[in-house]
Ligand binder design. Structure first.
Ligand code: SIN
Length: 545
């Protein structure tokens, strides 16, 4: 095996000692992966592998809910328009129409599977509003525990359906072969089985006719994020290493309001759902002035990129000497604890009573609008490889996702790919011997990487800051070595380096402000940039076109 300095084209790991065969392997266990596995299972042998437990990803943490047109006063056209407006010129309208048209069916499907959504006052399900939505169309469960209900429902369903599940199994790299037309095609995936501490127990190969990547985003590349620890961009990095185009990685959506717990707070932060503003809360700065008045016609319910940027600009002015958080005033919401039980618990844990006190909040990395290029059926440029959910760039989210479109997308796109694979599988690909330089980044470097990303590649970006971030990442890349002990944390650190380098390269190249990519030096969108940038790995470096 040849060795790598710089971003490796293969994760270094022991030689395989076992092999398994299946029809469809699904990598990842959030809404998208579970929906894909469930839809393919009645006909196919499906193996679902996940590096942690089934519920360790982002889905279970989603608070707000699932967007779908269910109110007769709303319309598919309204939802399409809101999604396109939030996406700031980079949405694919056909993909958006498919998502929005199938969203109500997806909600009913989840209910048939046993999901229990909060009931409305006049029958049907309750609908709330979030930023960028012109109508009430967010379905929720347990008040603010919507994702947990979706995860529970789908977990149970895949187990009942007989999907084979392997937890604590890390998808390292695709096994590439050639299909009957001689094209590079997926033949399977190399997998490391992990022990409880994240050490490698063994490595094996899973051969399959189709590999569905549904590993979510990469919020953990930042020091402060709403995402749980498992969200390290593994599937997107794996695609980059396999030479599959990834796009839009610079569009990282910062949620405007995570609970601020001090300047030193690191890792996953408690989300204060946008639905809190949907129910009437407003943002105030430390001097008591409204943050969103006069900024956007929808004020506190403007699209998320607008609110996060307005908060960041206001913090930079340091009103009343405070430059690292603002406040959410939710005191006018009646029975706050009943409507938002888990947010109430997080606030109380921080010593704040949200019914009577202001909640300190700040933006944090939340959602990735880009990913592996795929259509809404998960199809990519590589035969046999499908990508769904947050790991995919389907054009549904453009340059900025509309709130609560993502769980819905996971269920719609996951089900579409699973159904397509149950109808027909791609042709066999004969594995070819591909020799690629292998290496790993020691997990020790994760902290420097995250600090650099939060400091220089946050809500508001400058050319100098991006250059600084690139220089730090280049230094980290020079530490990549095949001698690093293979562990879950080292695999993740290497994936994080791969992704962060692609984010920074794309953010440097995109000399405009659009959606959730905001540059201080060029504050406006440039029509010439109404297109996606594609990142590829070449000789240990990321290049963008
Ligand atoms: C929220 O509840 O504010 C998050 C919902 C989302 O990100 O779609």
């Amino acid at each position: 095996m040849s060795a790598s300095r710089g971003i490796p084209a293969r994760l270094a790991a022991p030689e395989p000692t076992w092999s398994v065969e299946t029809d469809v392997v699904v990598l990842g266990s959030g809404a998208a992966g579970l929906s894909a596995a469930l839809a393919a299972r009645p006909v196919r042998d499906v193996l679902l592998i996940t590096k942690d437990t089934l519920d360790a990803g982002s889905t279970g943490w989603a608070q707000g809910g699932l967007a779908a047109v269910l109110d007769p006063n709303d319309s598919i056209e309204n939802h399409v328009e809101d999604t396109l407006a939030a996406g700031a010129g980079l949405c694919d309208e056909n993909a958006v129409r498919t998502l929005v048209s199938e969203a109500p069916t997806a909600i009913r499907y989840l209910m048939h599977l046993g999901a229990s959504f909060d009931p409305g006052a006049h029958g049907g399900v309750a609908l709330t509003r979030e930023g960028g939505h012109s109508h009430r169309r967010i379905v929720h469960a347990g008040g603010d525990q919507s994702g947990a209900e979706v995860q529970r429902t789908l977990d149970e369903s895949v187990r009942l359906a007989g999907v084979r599940i392997i937890e604590r199994a890390f998808g390292l790299d695709l096994i590439i072969g050639a299909d009957s037309r001689g094209r590079r095609a997926v033949a399977g995936i190399r997998v490391a089985l992990l022990d409880e501490n994240g050490g490698v127990e063994s490595v094996g190969t899973v051969t399959a006719r189709a590999v569905v990547v549904a590993t979510g985003g990469y919020g953990q590349v930042y020091a402060s994020t709403s995402n749980p620890p498992a969200v390290t961009g593994d599937g997107i990095a794996l695609a980059i290493r396999a030479g599959v185009p990834v796009a839009g990685l610079e569009f990282i959506q910062f949620h405007p309001t995570v609970l601020w717990r001090g300047a030193e707070a690191r890792g996953q932060q408690a989300l204060i759902s946008e639905a809190v503003r949907g129910e009437g809360a407003i943002l105030l700065d430390a001097a008591g002035r409204r943050v969103m008045a006069g900024v956007h016609p929808q004020e506190d319910l403007a699209p998320r990129d607008v609110v996060a940027a307005a908060i960041s600009s206001r913090m930079a002015e340091a009103p009343a000497g405070i430059d690292d958080h603002v406040y959410l005033d939710a005191r006018r919401i009646e029975n706050f604890a009943d409507r938002f039980p888990s947010i109430t618990a997080s606030c109380l844990d921080a010593g704040i009573d949200p019914q009577h006190e202001l909640i300190p909040v700040a933006p944090a990395a939340h959602y990735v609008c880009g990913g592996v290029r795929a259509d809404i059926d998960g199809t990519t440029s590589m035969p046999g490889l499908y990508v769904v959910g947050e790991a995919a760039c389907t054009g549904v989210h453009g340059a900025n996702r509309l709130a609560s479109n993502s769980l819905t997308e996971g269920v719609v796109a996951g089900t579409r790919v699973g159904r397509a694979l149950s109808w027909s599988l791609p042709g066999d690909a004969a594995p070819a011997a591909e020799e690629a330089p292998a290496g790993l980044l020691d997990s020790y470097h994760r902290s420097a990487l995250r600090t650099a990303m939060s400091k220089y590649v946050g809500v508001l970006r400058t050319p100098e800051g991006l250059k600084q971030a690139q220089s730090i990442l280049d230094t980290l890349a020079s530490n990549v070595s095949p001698a690093v002990v293979p562990t879950r944390k080292a695999f993740e650190a290497t994936n994080m380096l791969t992704i962060a380098s692609a984010v920074v390269a794309a953010a440097q190249a995109r000399t405009e402000s659009r959606g959730c990519h905001r540059r201080i030096d060029v504050a406006e969108p440039d029509p010439a940039w109404e297109r996606h940038l594609v990142a590829t790995l070449r000789n240990g470096h990321i290049e963008v076109q």
